[in-house]
Ligand binder design. Structure first.
Ligand SMILES: C[S@@+](CC[C@H](N)C(=O)[O-])C[C@H]1O[C@@H](n2cnc3c(N)ncnc32)[C@H](O)[C@@H]1O
Length: 351
């Protein structure tokens, strides 16, 4: 190789090499966070600061290897070293504990499930074909995979409801549910959203519509909110059958899981069931029409994750409005922000 050639191919001065390395090695940091969580280190360290050898015994790990993970975890801000050479949790890492409100452990364990991890390894397949890498890799869709293991299924549905309580409070503040006799939460999961809605509207009845797998913890969630006696849990395939008649339907983070054709099927089923004066409330993260003024990082990653793991996508307001229109539903006015949740509300009625 000539000196001239070396000069030509050298990284130009000021090139953003470090940020690129940061992105490239991000998957290693993410796996460190995952293993830190899976081993239950946050639970152990919440009891008291410990050194690597003590922790290794407590969580059944190799002491030397665990020391190295802990040292790297200081760089990730998960732990810090005390003057006695022990490790203690940082404030943010308390959310990795199993038993705290708002624990992100279910989310991490779901998204680092082996099958999801391997599907992400086939992102290139999704980008080349537009197909779900998950289905390509495992031959089944992600919901079916999660349903096959009770533990994973519970973890997945807990993960799904993680941000939902906050979004539910914002939705209940943005829309007056006391005006409705019955609200159907289509794909309502474990009932986190409907519990908050029913608590905000003591005279309103609820129908939680989801699969049997999606509702395993629903009775507990609805009971805790004191809403169980006003809520029916219905196991219905929303792709194949219409929900019951009601005066309000909520679909939160449901349409983004599906391709356009199946979104139309879900919405047509709702349209077929609803009386003419009923309202359909769609809550989603809305993709901007252009990225020129920036993009919410959560939305950006969620969209590619949906590409890898489902047939769905994060849609723009225009795209969602068109899907609703195809099903005979007209959006009342522009979307409304749901506080600082990043989600937006579209209100539609029969066209
Ligand atoms: C992304 S989660 C959203 C859950 C809830 N709406 C929320 O925002 O927390 C999608 C929900 O759709 C449900 N689901 C998936 N396929 C379904 C089907 N064919 N019929 C009914 N529910 C389904 C899942 O069980 C899950 O609860």
């Amino acid at each position: 190789m000539t000196a001239e050639h070396t000069q030509e191919t050298a990284v130009p001065e000021g090139a953003p090499s470090l940020p690129l390395f940061g992105i490239a090695f991000g998957y290693m940091s993410a796996q460190m966070l995952h293993v830190f969580t899976r081993l239950g280190l946050a639970d152990r360290l919440a009891e008291e600061p410990r050194d690597g050898a003590e922790l290794a015994v407590a969580v059944d790990a190799d002491a030397g290897a665990l020391e190295r993970l802990l040292r790297a975890s200081t760089m990730l801000g998960l732990v810090r070293e005390t003057e006695q050479g022990r490790f203690e949790l940082t404030p943010q890492s308390h959310l990795l504990r199993a038993d705290v409100p708002g624990s992100v452990r279910p989310f991490l364990l779901t998204y680092f499930d082996d099958a999801v991890w391997h599907a992400w390894g086939s992102l290139e397949h999704s980008v080349r074909t537009g197909e779900s890498a998950f289905e390509h890799t495992h031959g089944v869709d992600m919901f079916t995979h999660f349903s096959a293991s009770p533990e994973l299924n519970t973890m997945f549905h807990r993960a799904m409801s993680l941000g939902t309580a906050q979004e539910a409070a914002a939705l209940a503040a943005a829309h007056d549910f006391t005006a409705h006799h019955t609200v159907v939460d289509v794909g309502g999961g474990n009932g986190t959203l409907l519990s908050v809605i029913l608590s905000s509207a003591p005279g309103t009845r609820g129908v939680l519509l989801d699969t049997a797998d999606g509702t395993t913890e629903a009775a507990e969630v609805l009971n805790r909110a004191g809403a169980a006696d006003r809520c029916e849990v219905l196991h219905t395939d929303f792709l194949a059958a219409a929900p019951p008649a009601a005066d309000a339907y909520v679909l939160k983070s449901v349409l983004h899981d599906w391709d356009d054709e199946r979104c139309r099927a879900i919405l047509r089923n709702v349209r077929a069931a609803m009386p003419d004066d009923a309202v359909v409330l769609v809550v989603e993260l809305l993709a901007p029409e252009t990225t020129r003024s920036g993009l919410d990082p959560y939305l950006a990653i969620s969209d590619v994750n949906l590409l890898v793991t489902t047939s769905g996508r994060e849609r723009t307001e225009t795209e969602l409005t068109e899907l609703l229109s195809d099903a005979g539903l007209a959006v009342e006015s522009g979307s409304r922000s749901l506080g600082g949740t990043g989600h937006r509300l579209l209100v539609a009625r029969s066209a």
